[in-house]
Ligand binder design. Sequence first.
Ligand code: GAR
Length: 218
Amino acid sequence: MVKKVKVGLLASGNGSNLQAIIDQSERGELPAEVVCVITNRSDAFALERARKHGITAIHLSHRDFSGREAYDAALVAALKGHGVELVVLAGFMRIITTVLLDAFPLAVLNIHPALLPSFPGLDAQQQALEYGVKVTGCTVHFVDEGTDTGPIIIQAVVPILPDDTVESLSLRIHHQEHKTYPEAIRLFAQGRLSVKGRRVMIAGGHASSDASLINPPV
Ligand code: GAR
């Protein structure tokens, strides 16, 4: 049996990705255990989701610290204190520093609601709609010192429909996020990920496929 990797999850809001990870893990489908959830906002629903599942829920306000490094040092202390091996950012709306990255080398993941390197930063869904692309999606990547620039582990493509709003598009992207984030964590837990330059190599690979998405359909 694969050893369960201890996950510390950082969130700022709703926590639907957290829920997907907890659900798969409780169903025994994911060799991972969320051991603590930390938010920078006291009203983040992610805290309630964690408590409901008996997971340690911590509110750590960035306002109580002198700067990003000091805040990240407190995050590191809390995460290490809970034996965390993998840090999962899921809607954590803060830029993190080398203080956190150096404490967890190649063990910090992020999910972004676009096909990186397109539309990094805030309001990715709105950026995609305004640009007029026909497909967007989500990306799970290792975190490096840039904003949404780290090596990419997995991506899912989501078509943009003529009547889409930010809300309708976000809903369909979320649906894919809830599949891709657990999969990235599974690959990490199984020790199958390595990084060569910018490329993430997956040991054992995956079946080759002709699958493609053309939008609008032909
Ligand atoms: C997700 O869509 C995630 O991709 C996005 O925040 C949402 C959090 O949803 N992250 C970013 O935009 C980071 N740049 P959730 O709280 O329901 O998991």
